[in-house]
Write a protein that binds this ligand. Structure first.
Ligand SMILES: [Zn+2]
Ligand SMILES: [Zn+2]
Length: 215
């Protein structure tokens, strides 16, 4: 290792070497990490709104349980959503955990406490000031990690809420008419008729009910 390699400035988030322009700007985080952070904030905003709507649709009204039906999430899922959309949820985490510190570092006065559902305000502040934070804020790695965690939590909640959609794939073993019920995320399945085990690659190659519908 040359002295240059050892001392070359790296991104405090992903630890890759910074480009000359990034070094010249004195950045703490590289442009790629900044872009990913902005993408995640946009995704957090979208996911939050969809989950918040779901909670709104399913919460009990006038003491009676709301409309039952396929849109009603099971109780544990509703509580998990509420933990993110309610008090101490995502908006509070973004404001108290990140925005307040950025305001202090910028020498701005603290903003008014955001309402529970003010995901637009919370994410807009962070998106607008992310370029500054990546360039000038020494703790940006910590905050980008927090944003990634929130993003992952909301994403898994959303996929969990909907449940992966199952569909039928047709076994292609000669003379077998077996049908496999799988999802896009199924990694292994066994044909119930001929017992042939399939991995993800095999499954991707099988004809499905969608092919039949298209034919
Ligand atoms: Zn980086
Ligand atoms: Zn089969």
């Amino acid at each position: 290792m040359t002295l240059d390699d050892a001392t070359a400035p790296t991104c405090t988030v992903c630890h890759s070497h910074l480009w000359d322009t990034e070094i010249a700007a004195g950045r703490y985080a590289c442009y790629r990490c900044e872009d990913r952070g902005a993408d995640q904030l946009h995704a957090i905003r979208g996911a939050f709104k969809r989950l918040d709507t779901l909670e709104g649709l399913t919460k009990p009204q006038n003491g009676v349980c709301g409309p039952t039906g396929t849109r009603e999430a099971p109780i544990p899922a509703r509580l998990a959503v509420l933990a993110q959309t309610g008090p101490g949820g995502v908006v509070a985490q973004l404001q108290a955990g990140i925005e307040d510190s950025w305001r202090r570092a910028l020498g701005w006065k603290a903003g008014p406490t955001r309402g529970l559902g003010d995901i637009d305000g919370a994410t807009t502040f962070l998106i607008n000031n992310l370029p500054w934070a990546c360039e000038k804020y020494p703790e940006i790695a910590h905050d980008l990690e927090a944003i990634t965690r929130i993003h992952n939590t909301l994403t898994s909640l959303e996929t969990g809420e909907r449940g992966p959609r199952k569909f039928t794939a047709y076994c292609d073993t000669t003379d077998c008419t077996g049908q496999l019920r799988i999802t896009l995320w199924t990694s292994h399945a066994t044909c119930p008729t001929c017992g042939t085990p399939r991995d993800k690659n095999d499954l991707a190659g099988l004809a499905t009910e969608y092919d039949a519908a298209a034919a």
